[in-house]
Design a protein around this ligand. Sequence first.
Ligand code: NI
Length: 177
Amino acid sequence: MQASPRGALAAGARLSYAEFAMRARTDKRSRSGEPGDSKAGGLSRIGVAIDSDLLEKFDRLIRHRGYTNRSEAFRDLIRAELVEQAADAPDSPVVGTVTLVYDHNVRLLNEKLVDLQHEHYDHILSTLHIHLDHDHCLEVLVLRGASRTVRQIADILIATKGVKIGRLTITAAGAMP
Ligand code: NI
């Protein structure tokens, strides 16, 4: 059975960005009329043998996360693993989001963070600054580059004295599985 990407889209209860990107590409391929399109855009059905207790826990988890069907949850989990594995290679092109929370009263911290960002301006796509409260600032930076470089820049920013919370989230910048 051949499900059209549009049909699948209409049936999908929750659309992650990865899913959206994949479907957009599938849709484009379907329209291009290249040989082998139907296979590229097709769905395969698989049967999975799974321990009942484990399945019950999985169902609870995905319900808690807002999934309305298992297939969507399985696909997202598989994709997350593939992206993580791809981003592990030091030369893989990635996009990283760095979240920083810091106390702007710490002497010269603002200047230090801005200097660091200017040193790596060619890898920083965007920054967002929010004055969280009287003392704290939240900064979100979007970095792009080789996995190794993005991690290095994030580590330097996060380890800067006075930064209270720092997190890096990485996703593959190339083709999404
Ligand atoms: Ni601020």
